[in-house]
Design a binder for this molecule. Structure first.
Ligand code: 2BA
Length: 109
């Protein structure tokens, strides 16, 4: 058995959970926060038999889109490090970051 941990954007999460549950996969949805942007994202846990991993990844691919975010970075004004001014930086946030890990044991009580 494998555990698929997928970090997706909040905007895609609900539709993705619906798609996966409709196809019969068990899903746990966690509200998470990205370390870089420090904004909300969603982490989904899906336990599946090994032969189903690629199918789940295809479902994730079909739902999750790459998006551009603009963040405000700070730069020194005319080289003076104590005077900082904000400037916009474009960041591309991926559709999904996916980890597939082996499950040693799966027990439901
Ligand atoms: P965040 O950490 O908030 O990162 C959001 C986006 O910011 C990233 O998109 C990437 O485009 C950019 N970014 C991240 N760290 C950066 C850095 N040091 N310098 C410049 N740009 C940077 P994604 O790579 O698609 O990641 C989306 C979210 O997936 C991340 O949100 C994080 O929550 C998770 N993630 C990505 N890689 C991970 C990893 N190796 N381990 C655990 N979580 C990861």
């Amino acid at each position: 058995m494998k555990l698929i941990i997928s970090i997706v954007q909040d905007d895609d999460a609900l539709d993705l959970v619906e798609d996966l549950t409709e196809k019969g996969y068990g899903v746990t949805k966690l509200a998470t926060t990205g370390g870089f942007l420090k904004s909300g994202n969603t982490t989904l846990l899906t336990g599946v038999n090994a032969e189903k991993v690629d199918e789940v990844i295809e479902v994730i691919k079909s739902r999750c889109k790459t998006r551009e975010e603009v963040i405000s970075a700070m730069t020194p004004v005319m080289g003076v490090s104590s005077n900082m001014m904000p400037y916009p930086v474009d960041i591309k946030v991926g559709g999904a970051t996916i980890f597939v890990v082996d499950v040693d044991k799966f027990v439901k009580i």
